[in-house]
Ligand binder design. Structure first.
Ligand SMILES: [Zn+2]
Ligand SMILES: [Zn+2]
Length: 238
């Protein structure tokens, strides 16, 4: 994340941005030395993530202490299990819900990114699907470059090329039901939508300007998400 770009774009949210920045820096620092498993192709079904959670909970307990000055005061492992394995919103009574959300989201993304780096051999060289070949997540954002379109996994950070005229979610390739629109004053950012499954993808044109990383561009184009939702389109499923 390029924090300066974010601070410039959302000056009213400075306090929240600084808080997220401190929390994420602490997460990165504590997770840097994690012991990561060598995965096999069935890792998503075989409970590999559940096996890592105790170690992650221990590290995030230190992050919590680092950033709040206090022991977590709640069961970090149970909270992570509910959020990551069961997919529930990370809530703990009396705790800062926003901080918990940043903690879980960033720690999980960081974990998958580290796992992908360690297990890069599991990623097929040729991949033509719209969801991530490593973690199975659908992208929210893509870059348009001279050589074509590149999809970016929002979770593990893997990038891969993808054809322009095809929906990433339902594989629709019919011109008449695929389309795009852009927001006023943002000519290099577009929403590509599919009228068959009603999902959308944000596409950042990197041909005429220096772009930020995918995560930053995603955070800098929330206006497009609002517009897409107003038009009745949904983000790709998780
Ligand atoms: Zn991924
Ligand atoms: Zn579709």
């Amino acid at each position: 994340m390029e924090w300066n770009a974010l601070l410039q774009a959302y000056p009213a949210d400075q306090a929240g941005i600084y808080k997220a920045m401190a929390l994420r820096e602490s997460i990165d620092r504590h997770m840097a030395g994690m012991e990561l498993p060598v995965l096999d192709e069935q890792w998503q079904e075989s409970g590999a993530i559940a096996d890592i959670l105790p170690q992650l909970a221990l590290l995030l307990g230190r992050v919590w202490q680092d950033t709040t000055g206090q022991e977590p005061g709640f069961d970090m492992h149970a909270m992570l299990e509910n959020a990551i394995i069961k997919g529930q919103a990370p809530r703990v009574e009396g705790m800062d819900a926003e901080a918990l959300q940043v903690l879980v989201n960033h720690a999980f993304a960081r974990l998958l990114s580290l796992l992908r780096e360690k297990n890069a051999n599991l990623i097929p060289a040729a991949w033509t699907q719209g969801k991530c070949p490593f973690c199975g997540t659908y992208p929210r954002l893509a870059f348009e470059t001279q050589s074509g379109r590149t999809l970016c996994c929002p979770l593990c950070g893997h990038n891969w090329p993808f054809v322009r005229v095809r929906c990433t979610v339902c594989d629709n390739t019919d011109h008449s039901t695929l389309g795009y629109f852009e927001a006023e004053g943002l000519p290099d950012k577009r929403v590509y939508f599919c009228r068959v499954c009603n999902h959308y993808l944000k596409v950042i044109d990197a041909r005429n300007r220096q772009v930020h990383d995918a995560e930053t561009e995603d955070a800098l184009s929330l206006e497009l998400d609002d517009l897409a939702h107003k038009e009745g389109f949904s983000e790709a499923p998780q």
